[in-house]
Design a protein around this ligand. Structure first.
Ligand code: SAH
Ligand code: ZN
Ligand code: ZN
Ligand code: ZN
Ligand code: ZN
Length: 537
């Protein structure tokens, strides 16, 4: 539920960056209709005069947090305008849609024994029907069946054993499931792309192949695939077909459907927003073992999280995975970081660098199969905004020259064909692949479509209305004034001098927020849903 709102606003640096409450007030009118902030359930407790401008900030995983079916909930804080402290609450870490999980609890709420017991039962009942072990056994039986008896229920997204056919008799199913199909579960399963919870966007073959070749060339032999089922599948399938192929992969993903195709050593049911292993200590141990670089087999983690995800929560989990790796061989790893590829849109660059200063962003554009917008450019389509962030030395990441990437000797990294080296910035400054242009007033390179507005004192789109938006003041949300004239900003400044800096900082953040907001809007609202055409046989 909250995530609708969080996704829209908290991804913006000026709020999400708050390690603790630094409430960036939100314009009430800007809130999307879909955001069910207070739309029932426990939220109704907030009272009828729910203010129109409230800020939400993620405080992160908290010790002793209550659990929902997706593991420990995350702690957030909601601050109403004019309030200092805000009220803290727990909400589901994984689901950005209330329909998927409506867990909510105020931090200071007294939860009765009865409710606790009911919650525990609810959590138990909302676990997958079969355990991973059962699914592994079912698979063993399934592969023994002749082709004519191999069915996959499309409605239940489940491999069926003959005894179960009847139960699914009015469901659509695929038959004659081949071994090749079993080796490509990401093609068999229907991508959960319309579910905000999963946002499953599968790599185009070109990108997946590129990633795999890259990490092999870099000398890695073990891949911790976190939310990258297609990469995992490519590795598994090559390993089973090519004798000399010696790369191994462990998939960590919240999509439990994959447990039908992989053993416990190949797949862990995992939530990357709270670092929760659904399989408990045994699963955690499998992951830990996998991270041990036993016979000199180097490990890399590759992750492609849902883009609506809270960077802070993801970073916290990834740091825990890195710590797990570091602990495996204490002496060696003391000052090193586990190598990592984090695949994410370029406009999250500063957020990712906040948490991982050693990372840099590569120009390579990652393409997806089932994403209308994030496909390879050239065809007149938009170019993909998705990039690779890595803590490996950028010069080692060789990008394909046949796709136009070239090496910039000054920047010591491969850049996209349109990325020109700016003599003033002394770097290849384009983020989106188009040639950017330098603005002497802003003292930086900006998008080619922007121009310098003397009113706003920054570069922006030609079609903007200076400091004004039709959705009200960005600071307090009220219509009738611009943010520069917002009373809630001028008050502290006139009242007491030392606050001056703070006020300026807030305004700067708000400004940044506007630019980011546009980027986010683009990323979120223009994600067209391409329904996966089910293959019928
Ligand atoms: N491009 C990748 C898929 C990325 S889509 C590929 O082709 O392999 C995002 C992936 O993250 C999906 O597999 C989805 O199931 C998984 N995911 C979504 N939320 C998650 C969570 N909370 N924890 C772990 N995995 C999650
Ligand atoms: Zn069924
Ligand atoms: Zn420049
Ligand atoms: Zn400018
Ligand atoms: Zn205002």
């Amino acid at each position: 539920m909250l995530y609708n709102l969080l996704r829209l606003f908290l991804c913006e640096p000026f709020i999400e960056s708050a390690a603790l409450v630094s409430p960036g007030p939100l314009g009430g009118a800007a809130r999307p209709r879909g955001a069910r902030w207070g739309g029932g359930g426990a939220m109704a407790a907030a009272g009828p005069e729910r203010p129109r401008s409230a800020a939400l900030a993620l405080l992160g995983p908290a010790p002793g947090a209550p659990s929902c079916p997706h593991g420990p909930a995350l702690l957030f804080v909601k601050t109403n305008q004019g309030e200092e402290e805000g009220r803290r609450f727990y909400a589901c870490s994984a689901c950005r849609d209330r329909k998927d999980c409506n867990f909510f609890q105020w931090e200071d709420e007294k939860v009765s024994e009865t409710r606790l017991a009911a919650r525990e039962e609810y959590n138990r009942n909302h676990q997958p029907f079969f355990t991973h072990r059962q699914n592994v056994d079912r698979y063993k039986n399934f592969v023994l069946l002749p082709l004519s008896k191999r069915r996959f229920c499309q409605e239940c997204q489940q491999l069926l054993l003959p005894a179960e056919w009847e139960k699914h008799s009015d469901h659509q199913f695929l038959c004659d499931i081949t071994n090749a199909q079993l080796k490509s579960p990401s093609q068999l399963l229907y991508p959960l792309e319309n579910k905000k919870t999963n946002a499953q966007y599968l790599f185009a073959d070109r990108s997946c192949q590129f990633l795999l070749n890259l990490l092999i060339d870099l000398g890695f032999r073990r891949v911790l695939s976190v939310g990258t089922p297609r990469l995992h599948e490519m590795i598994q399938s090559k390993a089973s077909q090519e004798e000399e192929f010696n790369v191994r992969s462990l998939l960590l993903d919240i999509d439990f459907r994959y447990s039908q195709f992989y053993t416990e050593d190949e797949f862990c049911h995992y939530n990357m927003f709270n670092h929760h292993f659904f399989g408990g200590e045994a699963a955690r141990e499998i992951c830990r073992k996998f991270l041990c670089e036993g016979n000199g087999e180097r490990v890399i983690m590759v992750t492609d999280p849902p883009f609506g995800g809270l960077v802070e929560a993801l970073a916290s989990s990834f740091k825990k995975l890195m710590a797990m790796w570091r602990e495996t061989e204490k002496e060696d790893h003391d000052n090193r970081e586990m190598p990592m590829f984090w695949i994410f849109p370029y406009f999250f660059e500063s957020r990712i660098l906040d948490f991982f200063p050693s990372f840099s962003m590569m120009d390579y554009q990652v393409d997806y199969d089932n994403h209308a917008l994030y496909k390879h450019g050239k065809t007149g389509r938009r170019q993909s905004p998705v990039r690779i962030f890595t803590n490996l030395t950028p010069s080692m990441i060789v990008l394909p020259e046949e796709e136009g990437y070239r090496f910039c000797t000054v920047c010591q990294r491969y850049v996209s064909s349109g990325n020109q080296h700016c003599e003033i910035c002394n770097s290849c400054t384009s983020k989106d692949g188009r040639p950017w242009k330098h603005c002497v007033l802003c003292k930086k390179c900006v998008k080619p479509s922007w121009f310098h507005c003397n009113n706003c004192n920054c570069c922006t789109l030609p079609k903007h209305s200076c400091e004004k938006t039709d959705i009200g003041c960005f600071v307090c949300g009220k219509a009738g004034h611009k943010r520069s004239a917002c009373p809630s900003l001028s008050r502290p400044r006139t009242a007491c001098q030392p606050d001056k800096k703070k006020g300026q900082k807030t305004r700067k953040r708000v400004k940044m927020g506007i630019c980011k907001r546009l980027a986010m809007k683009y990323a979120i609202f223009s994600k067209r849903k391409v329904k996966n055409k089910k293959k019928m046989t």
